[in-house]
Design a binder for this molecule. Structure first.
Ligand SMILES: [Cu+2]
Length: 162
């Protein structure tokens, strides 16, 4: 049954995103879908990357670290509410359940770029290497969208595949 379910999910993704699938990267049973970031102001010290992770395997995995040449340091973060104030906090790992998925999005889990070496410019891309506990590492290209973007665009304009 799981094969049927996966196929249906892939078809649904095709219908929803069309050519943006070219932007998605496979790593074994994992799929990294549409990595994106918001453009940053020229002197901004930090940025954030969002993406969706899918796992077709019967085995859970975890995103344990990330790295990018555009930042001095990259951390995995979540958002918490503390007395009504939104706070960010580093997490050791982002769990990816077996036959499941997790979405990193504004207001929730994200990959934090600390010590940006250059501003993130809308329309450009930059590499980000993700390391999973079981599946290993993969480098994806992150598409930079407008500063107020809330979700990945579906235009698939990135033409690179690692
Ligand atoms: Cu953060």
């Amino acid at each position: 049954m799981s094969v049927v379910r996966v196929t249906a999910a892939v078809l649904a993704a095709l219908v929803l995103t069309g050519p943006a699938l070219a932007h998605d990267v496979k790593l074994g049973a994992l799929e990294i879908q549409h990595p994106w970031a918001r453009a940053t102001a020229p002197s901004a010290p930090t940025g954030a990357v969002y993406l969706a992770l899918g796992n077709d395997s019967q085995q859970a995995d975890r995103l344990v670290s990330a790295a990018s040449p555009v930042a001095g340091k990259v951390e995995l973060h979540t958002h918490l509410m503390d007395n009504g104030t939104a706070m960010m906090r580093e997490v050791k790992a982002i769990d990816l359940p077996s036959e499941g998925s997790v979405t990193l999005a504004p207001g929730g889990l994200h990959i934090m770029l600390i010590g940006l070496k250059e501003p993130l410019v809308k329309g450009k891309t930059f590499p980000l290497t993700l390391t999973f506990e079981t599946a290993g590492s993969v480098t994806v290209e992150v598409a930079i969208q407008g500063p107020g973007a809330m979700a990945p665009e579906e235009e698939g304009k990135s033409d690179h595949q690692p």
